[in-house]
Design a protein around this ligand. Sequence first.
Ligand SMILES: C[S@@+](CC[C@H](N)C(=O)[O-])C[C@H]1O[C@@H](n2cnc3c(N)ncnc32)[C@H](O)[C@@H]1O
Length: 341
Amino acid sequence: MKGTMVERETEKSEHSLSCGMSKGQHKSEDPHICGEESSSTQEMFELLRIDVDSETLKIPRTDSQDSSCSRNVLRKQKNWEKTLAAKKGKRREEKQRRKLKRIEESGNMLQSSQHSKRVVKAITKERLIEAKTVGPRLCIDLSMTDLMSHKEISRLAGQIRRLYGSNRKAANPFHLYLTGLREDGLLYKECLRKNDGFLNYVMDVTEDSWLDLFPLDSVIYLTPDSEHALEHVDPDKVYILGGLVDESIQKKITYQKAMDSCVCTARLPIQEYMVKKTNAKNFHSKILAINQVFDILLTFCETQSWPEALKAGVPPGKGYVLYGESAPDAHLCAESALETL
Ligand SMILES: C[S@@+](CC[C@H](N)C(=O)[O-])C[C@H]1O[C@@H](n2cnc3c(N)ncnc32)[C@H](O)[C@@H]1O
């Protein structure tokens, strides 16, 4: 039925194509022209056939034909819309991926170019110099070398390097002090050996004690044994870190020193925001290296969030995780941790 209609319509179209030509004109005498004409006529026929095919869709149908047709059309339309949406999604993803790649590449280019390296270095130095007047103050008390082995002193020099490196990278660095660093001591030698450009570090280095440098009421000695949790970093205070690497843990050394000097103490608020996580060795420690404590302070200053700072800075090996990020049994550990406060 449909085929018949199409044929009829095609006949009609073939007829209407020859309109404007007389019957005799339909075929050319010239075989060459005839060939061209007949091939273009052929093309027109093809086009018209396509038109006619699409036209036939518009031919009125019976109700049942109509409903099945419209169902088909709807189904096709839905499929088409789905395909279109999927394509759009893919295009969007691809665009985003290209954008990220561009950003990454431009960042890499910036880092790799010598020129930008010089600029970054200059900006860093400027920031560190500015921190000497506006930055929060942190002092490393290096007067306890006699309590450490050669190896521990060497490790302390490495920690100072890392701490300084973190400060250089910080958007808002601290004003750093090294106190009690004797130029004839092993630590000084190790600092020179392990820290490239140590003599050019932008920080205050002195053999003097912090006790002679700062008003005592401005000092807060950070010690893991303090009963006070640090709440915020006060720009008017000077925070002291004990320059100690104690592989064989010597408990309460800095706490005792602070007590003897009548200065305030504070500890990182680890137990306020973290819980013990069960581990194979059943090891849990809130004692961190000085560079780790400093990284936590830097992140806190940047984010004003202890959970964020502690999460980023407390190494997993210390056996603590943030509240809410623990396995179900870690809750029990948290309770026992609180009991031992
Ligand atoms: C390896 S710890 C030395 C611990 C040593 N038992 C003591 O008496 O301080 C080095 C320094 O980092 C700082 N520190 C380490 N963990 C800390 C914590 N949880 N809270 C505050 N300060 C901490 C302290 O200033 C400490 O003196």
